[in-house]
Design a protein around this ligand. Structure first.
Ligand SMILES: Nc1ncnc2c1ncn2[C@@H]1O[C@H](COP(=O)(O)OP(=O)(O)OP(=O)(O)O)[C@@H](O)[C@H]1O
Ligand SMILES: [Mg+2]
Length: 230
């Protein structure tokens, strides 16, 4: 286990990541450093291919950097083995993806309950938590509906509720509004803004959408694998 060296929720220091080798290598991240302070909503912007998804995957323990250091919630990720990374993703990080990633045959409530089942939570506790989370995202009346019976915005709200199920310290969202129209997208961003305030969570959100950046506490910009202008 690494030691806490700052109180930031996320601390990224000189992270590099390349895909492939030799002349064909793609340098997706080229010395990225930044911090996400606890309790803040930080937006990550940048053109397609600038490295946003690569960076989010590394911060969330889904991928590993070639070089550099990443601390999440006071833990140096390099000090975690596969099992440790799995536990990090299960217990401390909530993910929201552009494509929602809900399980089609499960109801909204069952989808939200999946992370609690994986953790082996008591069924009674699970039911209560699911109910609370669905209310939080404004879907208390839609608990029994399957994803195919919900609008895109509602599906993403279910995904946000699911991401919060295990009380994560960090919410990572990769273009959560990418498949939504502007108005619905803005509502989902406002939901993220609200849960960062109410659920004591920190969020790192990649988005192309410049109109959504106003809601963030700070905006980081990636350009060609490097942080610029902040
Ligand atoms: N698995 C991979 N294998 C090879 N190259 C990859 C892989 N994943 C990403 N890349 C490359 O790394 C660079 C950064 O990709 P990344 O997906 O992080 O960008 P992004 O900012 O998320 O883009 P977008 O806004 O389109 O989602 C791109 O040049 C991409 O082609
Ligand atoms: Mg991406």
């Amino acid at each position: 286990m690494g030691q806490t060296i700052t109180d930031a929720m996320v601390r990224v220091e000189d992270v590099h990541k390349s895909y492939g080798g030799g002349a064909a290598a793609v340098h997706a991240l080229r010395g990225v450093s930044f911090e996400v302070p606890r309790g803040e909503l930080v937006a990550l912007k940048g053109r397609s291919g600038s490295g946003k998804t690569t960076l989010l995957n590394i911060v969330g323990g889904l991928d590993t950097p070639d070089r550099g250091r990443v601390d999440v919630d006071g833990r140096d990720l390099a000090g975690l083995d596969e099992e440790g990374l799995l536990a990090l993703r299960r217990d401390r990080v909530g993910f929201v993806f552009q494509s929602f990633g809900l399980i089609p045959i499960l109801s909204a409530a069952e989808n939200v309950g999946v992370p609690l089942r994986l953790r082996g939570a008591d069924p009674r506790e699970r039911e209560e938590r699911v109910e609370l989370l669905l209310s939080l995202v404004g879907l208390a009346d839609h608990a029994a509906q399957r994803p195919g019976e919900l609008s895109g915005g509602q599906q993403q709200r279910v995904a946000v509720a699911r991401a919060l199920a295990n009380n994560p310290s960090l919410l990572i969202a990769d273009e959560p509004t990418g498949q939504l129209d502007a108005e619905t997208g803005h509502a989902v961003m406002e939901l993220l803004r609200a849960v960062v305030r109410s659920e004591n969570v920190t969020a790192l959100v990649a988005t192309h959408d410049t109109t959504l950046l106003d809601l963030a506490d700070r905006v980081l910009e990636l350009s060609d694998g490097q942080i610029v202008g902040h």
